[in-house]
Design a protein. Structure first.
Length: 212
């Protein structure tokens, strides 16, 4: 009888640990705004798979990236032409860490129902400062994703230099010049934890492979 209770107790104690290690699954809708343009994206996340859709002005899917975080494979899909191609992982630029001044503040605000803390990253050589409002909720995919994609955009490049960012996701990122002029604003407009159909991460059989 005691042995049985010990087993039950062990299961109960392990349940929170399992939940904490679970990855976020769902859809995240993002809007990126500059003084010149506005771009919308949908991120679908399930396990090690991420689907990134870029939408046009009519909210139709313009292009798709399918990223396997575990294997680091990237597929670019063109829905209108029914083509797809394989992309190579980009090598991230090596930058001196002392170029980045990182401040994790206790300032916070609620965004999309999440308590978000402000992290600031400044790079004087680029005359740029980015304020991130980050939430932690098993968003383990994000730091791995931007590392695989290797984007040279400041919002991703600066974020990669923040220590201990595993599990966090920026609900809002505001890029400014050193004289406080805003250059870019990237914000989550909707986040929906839900079960995602695995078919979203597969290229339709009718699509042709484009080799460049």
């Amino acid at each position: 009888m005691i042995y049985r209770y010990l087993i039950i107790l062990s299961i109960i104690l392990l349940m929170p640990l399992k939940n904490l290690s679970a990855n976020f699954e769902g859809c995240i809708s993002i809007v990126k705004e500059t003084i010149f343009d506005t771009t919308r994206y949908n991120y679908y996340i399930k396990g090690d798979m991420v689907r990134i859709e870029e939408l046009d002005r009519n909210q139709k899917v313009k292009s798709i990236l399918l990223v396997d975080i575990k294997s680091e494979n990237i597929l670019a899909v063109n829905p209108s032409k029914k083509l797809y191609t394989k992309l190579n992982k980009k090598k991230n630029k090596i930058a001196e860490e002392n170029q980045y001044i990182i401040t994790k503040t206790d300032n916070y605000k609620m965004i999309n129902g999440y308590k978000c803390y402000q992290w600031r990253v400044k790079n004087k050589s680029k005359s740029t400062e980015i304020a991130y409002w980050v939430a932690k909720n098993d968003f383990d995919f994000f730091i791995k994703l931007i590392d695989i994609l290797g984007s040279t955009e400041n919002t991703s490049e600066f974020y990669r230099h923040i220590p201990d960012s595993q599990g966090f996701f920026p609900m809002l990122a505001v890029e400014r010049t050193m004289v406080r002029d805003e250059r870019m604003r990237t914000k989550v407009v909707e986040i929906a934890p839900k079960n995602i159909n695995s078919m979203l991460f597969e290229v339709p059989a009718s699509y042709k492979l484009y080799v460049y």
